[in-house]
Design a protein around this ligand. Sequence first.
Ligand code: ATP
Length: 240
Amino acid sequence: MTNVLTIAGLHSGYGPISVLHDISLTVSEGEITAIVGANGAGKSTLLLTLTGHVPPTQGSIKFLGKEIAGQPAHLAAPLGISMVPEGGRLFPFMTVQENLQLGAYHPAARQRLRETMEEMESFFPILAQRRTQNAGSLSGGERTMLAIARAMMARPRLLLLDEPSLGLAPVMVERVISLIDNLAKKKKLTVLLVEQRVAEALELCHNAYIMEHGRIVKSGTGIALAKDPQIQRAYLGLTD
Ligand code: ATP
């Protein structure tokens, strides 16, 4: 199976503060890969380093075989990497449609704006209903859907999702997780998902990496990790 993303020996951080230590992982084409771990483990920093918002201090990031470590953030979307940032970062005083249009800002995506917008509105019918409403007036679940759809407007090969479940009611978490699953299957997308909700992420993904204090401490299939007694004790609230 082709690796869309191959990270080797990656270190990064914020100035003198080092956060990621020797991260190595792969993301296979057409699969959902999850990075799970507690608050502050470094998951968002990893995504920000992949997109070029945080510069790596060491190591390699290969996207479709091309070295991209340290490249400027504005090149990520044209290359095929789109991110749904933590909290969605929508433009609350712009309409749903305007938020979607902004997702298609690079030239290749802009050429196919109408077609992609139709695809997204048919995949998320609620966004078509809310087309002229301001993003700030949407419910939490609708905002998450809009943030995902906006990232999809760039027509990515690799979709990065930073805690899409954040702040959602449990029933909405289930719904968003199943939408991500359907979207990945329907669009043959490769997804790298960062989550604190370990049980849900392990159920959704093919492979997962457990991150603690900026290091990968364990990896495996979602199914195997969900059955691992150490993971069950540390992350799933289960005891022997
Ligand atoms: P969360 O789920 O809370 O977002 P996370 O696993 O995504 O957690 P990060 O946000 O990557 O973790 O944070 C990892 C570490 O980096 C934390 O100790 C955090 O305080 C630190 N950190 C994050 N952003 C910055 C920043 N801009 N400047 C300095 N340190 C930062």
